[in-house]
Design a protein around this ligand. Sequence first.
Ligand code: FES
Length: 116
Amino acid sequence: MTSHHAGSADELAIGERKLLNLDGTKVLLFHLDSGFHAVQASCPHLMLPLKNGKLMDGGKTLQCPIHRAQFDIATGGVNKWANFPPGIQMLNVIRKEKCLQTYTVTVADNELNIEI
Ligand code: FES
């Protein structure tokens, strides 16, 4: 694993997010009430962008804006797999549930680092 600088902690207010490209790995960084969380920037269902995903459950869950799969933002676990529009579940035979990759975020002297 390699540590990548991800900016200053005070640049990202609680509730905000930013898309980062860390040596070719696209990462979504969130600042939530529970702290900083980093996850892969594409949905593991069809690898489409998650950057406009909806935060739910007080920031514990990230919902994909495309087919509404829901992930635990801290663990990457699947809370609900792709379920919209009706019929999308037929794809699940070949696109089985897959967790969201999460990355460790550390804060030291107001600077953020993400382990990739
Ligand atoms: S691309 Fe995210 S649920 Fe389909």
